[in-house]
Design a protein around this ligand. Structure first.
Ligand code: AKB
Length: 332
């Protein structure tokens, strides 16, 4: 049997003596390098392998192991997992919401076929698997404020459809084959030293650099568009915490996590505490606006807080202070 029913008996806990051997796919996106750095501090530099199909910048290449991995090449994936004795896999390869709509066929290949390859390799080699989901897995018929863990999910983007598919397939493999699948629905993630690639929440990353550099920002969402957001440090810590949680603490396999929700106007207002003359203008992108309006304004993450002790550190004021500080703020 390729997929032993008792796989989860072997994969649920690692003794402290032996740290996991980690592979991160899509490692050169917004989150991979930061995740690798967090995991390397915890498990040792050589136990965490970043991978992507792009050439890494020098500082990433020199910071720890890096391999080429195309998630559409399933034979190569098996080879990497076997040769590096991988025991935990963080699957970050994906096309995001706006770029996915611009290239549906590629999004389907990467986000759906790629995920199938990852599920099979993880199940076959008894690997604990983390797949990020998103607020994009909800749609216009989901409860919007807040969206609970379990509710109607009828997203209208290929990105959202692929993420609902990932949640369901991962849970199916968990019940059917014992795959130790763990999944968090991320809000829009705000990072200082890495850029998102083609999402709907990207404005909330770009606005900080523009505010510090020019004192102005042209926003592609309407002023009152409220979306759930999170600072990257909270997101990466949550990811590590859910992967380290003892299996018996997890009453589910897919959890919402949340920190704050704001509109562009509220973010601009918070920014003015640091850049008093900051000006925001609006040039709305109809695609991104329609996507944003189909997503929830906030997430109910009470199950994550109850089951495995999730707690965010960054609310809006701390987020803004940290981002402005990074971009070399002129706090007046
Ligand atoms: C996007 O905007 O597409 C992503 C997400 C919220 O999943 N940042």
């Amino acid at each position: 049997d390729r997929f032993p029913q008792d796989a989860k008996l072997h994969s649920t806990s690692f003794s402290e003596a032996e740290p996991p051997r980690v592979l991160i796919t899509g490692g050169l996106g917004q989150l991979g390098v930061g995740l690798a750095s967090l995991l390397r501090k915890r498990f040792g530099k050589d136990n965490v392998i970043l991978s992507d199909i792009k050439k890494p910048p020098a500082h990433v290449f020199h910071s720890g192991p890096f391999v080429y991995a195309d998630i559409l090449d399933d034979k190569k994936l098996h080879e990497i997992v076997v040769n590096h004795r991988i025991s935990w896999l963080f699957h970050y390869s994906a096309l995001l919401s706006a770029v996915g709509e611009a290239n549906v066929a590629l999004a389907r290949d990467v986000n759906i076929t790629g995920l199938h390859n990852i599920l099979d390799v993880a199940a076959e080699h008894n690997v604990r698997l983390f797949v990020p989901s998103t607020i994009g897995a909800f749609g216009p018929t989901s409860p919007q404020n807040p969206a609970p863990d379990l509710c109607i999910q009828r997203p209208r983007t290929i990105y959202g459809v692929s993420k609902v598919h990932a949640e369901l397939m991962g849970e199916y493999y968990y019940y059917r084959y014992g795959l130790d699948f763990r999944c968090l629905r991320y809000p829009g993630i705000i990072s200082a030293d890495s850029q998102p690639g083609g999402g709907t929440t990207d404005y909330a990353v770009q606005i900080f650099q523009a505010a510090v550099k020019n004192g102005t920002f042209e926003c592609n969402l309407e002023a009152n568009t409220r979306l759930p957001m999170m600072y990257i440090n909270d997101c990466l810590r949550a990811t590590l915490e859910v992967m380290e949680a003892p299996a018996e603490r997890l009453s589910m396999r897919t959890y919402n996590i949340s920190a704050m929700s704001f509109t562009p106007e509220e973010l601009a207002q918070a920014l003015r505490k640091h850049v008093p003359d900051f000006q925001i203008t609006y040039c709305v992108d109809p695609l991104r606006q329609a996507i944003a309006e189909s997503w929830p304004m906030s997430l109910d993450d009470s199950n994550a807080r109850k089951d495995w002790g999730w707690n965010h550190d960054f609310d809006l004021p701390e987020l803004v202070a940290t981002m402005i500080n990074f971009h070399g703020a002129r706090t007046r």
